[in-house]
Design a protein around this ligand. Sequence first.
Ligand SMILES: [Zn+2]
Length: 322
Amino acid sequence: MLSSDNDSHDQSTTSSDSESLKHRTATAPFDDSNAEIILRSSDNVDFHVHRLILSLASPVFETMFTLPQGNTDSPLVQMSEDSSTVDILLRYCYPTDVPEISDLGLLKKVMEAAMKFDMPDILKQARKQLLNFVEKEPLSIFALAAHYKWREGAKRAAKECLAFNLIGTHVDELNLISASNYHRLLEYHQRCGRAASKLTLLNEMGNADQLYSLSTRNCWIFCNNEKCPSRHVSGLKASDGKNRYMKEWFFLYLDAVRNILKDRPAVKLITPMALRVAAMKKAGECYVCRPRAAFDLDSFIIGPFSEEIEKAIDKIQLELEF
Ligand SMILES: [Zn+2]
């Protein structure tokens, strides 16, 4: 906990060499000998800081500094936070650049300290750095964003969670949020999974022309080899009123994608080559399909198919309780 400790300060300035080795001075700009206050971190680093800056940044510090400080002009404040945390927190207070935080544990400590010292504006600044971790640790970031009541961050993290199977995944940060908000995340995830995987089912397609590029000459529709070993198996009506029948090898790809999207509805998961292997192998049996299948399928995946999946997911709303 926070405490003002003038005795320790007196001791530190008059101590023996072995005593002074126990703590060291922070790097610039927190090494200013003209500063009125010393914040000593839990790992014994002394931050020389200006009273006015701390008072403006935090009502907790402001109140502390209005209390009688004894007979010294340079009170020492013992902090329970470590030096890395104090350093970042102070950089948010000072007119200086704040480094990008690459350690989520450190960012969590900075945010906790900002809460403790009642620094809402700094908390808002710091929480933006949660997005540095959103791709690798989306569930943790969702929970932290919800904990700090940051809707935009929570929604961004929820979308990143789509690339992961949430069932069976636990992170400690879940302890910070309500069961209701976690339930809403799971529900959002499931609804996105249903909406995205539906796009792989032809009879569910509203806009077949656009999604399956029925008017362009994709080889899975327009292979004219009568001896093509891959049959035309299912038809869709194009906008010109005519039916287009599609090669069964194309459905091998759609089946593989459906299996992914129902549990992990993320566009970035539909591109790996592994999902196309069965389709390419079958297409390779036909001299018309073979030279074009990879290019046509690739154009389809990174073009209209990805766009439609994104649109379907973006229509799903995540309602949060804060
Ligand atoms: Zn063919």
